[in-house]
Design a protein around this ligand. Structure first.
Ligand SMILES: [Zn+2]
Length: 255
């Protein structure tokens, strides 16, 4: 799955401790074809060539961050960028066995760090989240977190907690964040979001109640918007924007 044990020549994506990525010579982030350096990890193939990730222990503030690359690179490279960032984060954060504290080693041909003492295997962590556009007829419920750029509103999102289904998490998050009850839910699509390891499951949710009560902490403002009068939205390429655009286009097609 992630390549043979002995890779003679590969292209390398170089990532620092903070997820900054070195500019490369191919598709923005891929380094020249070369013999892999010590400590690099294979993550797959790209344009027929093996690709490795190399973690740098020091910080390289001159390299652009992952989100900056995301805004610059074409969408087809997104899965590779996402894999590289998540594997790098996982290698940084799983150097020791979580069960017995011994230093771990990479598994030969799986995405796994193995403990040589107790045999425990650590895999890249993926954190599932729901992301949902709540609608009422033609209207969209959009909200803003204090972390957003000024004026920007987006869909609602939250982590799925241990023991919950995606549907349960969706109803709970919407109730907690905006106090709205949700009726019918329909699945849209998913997207890996490597900041640092989220996996977004996108849904539409029809509101069963209309009155909004925000929590004032995670959400500082929320409102119903008509498709013709939308506020500043998340950038294209994000699943939140795709949820909004797809709904608005559907409304326009029905009108
Ligand atoms: Zn162990």
């Amino acid at each position: 799955m992630i390549g043979s044990k002995r890779i003679e020549r590969a292209r390398t994506i170089s990532i620092d401790q903070r997820g900054r990525i070195a500019p490369g010579e191919l598709d923005g982030i891929l380094g020249p074809r070369a013999k892999p350096a010590q400590g690099t990890m294979p993550i797959g193939r790209w344009r027929g060539e093996p690709v490795m990730v190399r973690m740098f222990d020091e910080e390289r503030p001159e390299w652009p961050g992952g989100r900056e690359w995301l805004g610059q690179l074409p969408e087809f490279i997104y899965p590779l960028l996402s894999t590289a960032l998540q594997v790098a984060t996982w290698r940084r954060d799983h150097r020791f066995c979580g069960r017995c504290g011994t230093a771990t080693r990479p598994h030969g041909h799986e995405f796994a760090m193995v403990c040589p003492r107790c045999g425990f295997r650590g895999y890249p962590r993926i954190s599932p989240c729901i992301i949902t556009l709540v609608t009422f007829g033609r209207e969209l419920l959009l909200a803003r977190s204090p972390r957003f750029a000024p004026g920007r509103f987006s869909t609602l999102a939250g982590f799925i907690e241990a023991g919950e289904s995606a549907e349960e998490a969706l109803r709970r998050e919407v109730m907690e964040e905006v106090g709205v009850e949700v009726g019918r839910i329909s699945y849209f699509k998913s997207q890996s979001w490597p900041f640092p390891h989220s996996f977004m499951l996108g849904y539409y949710a029809e509101a069963a109640s209309r009155e909004i009560h925000i929590d004032g902490i995670e959400i500082e403002a929320a409102d119903w918007f008509m498709p013709e009068m939308l506020p500043a939205l998340p950038p294209s390429g994000s699943i939140s924007r795709a949820l909004i655009d797809h709904f608005v286009n559907g409304v326009a097609a029905r009108d």
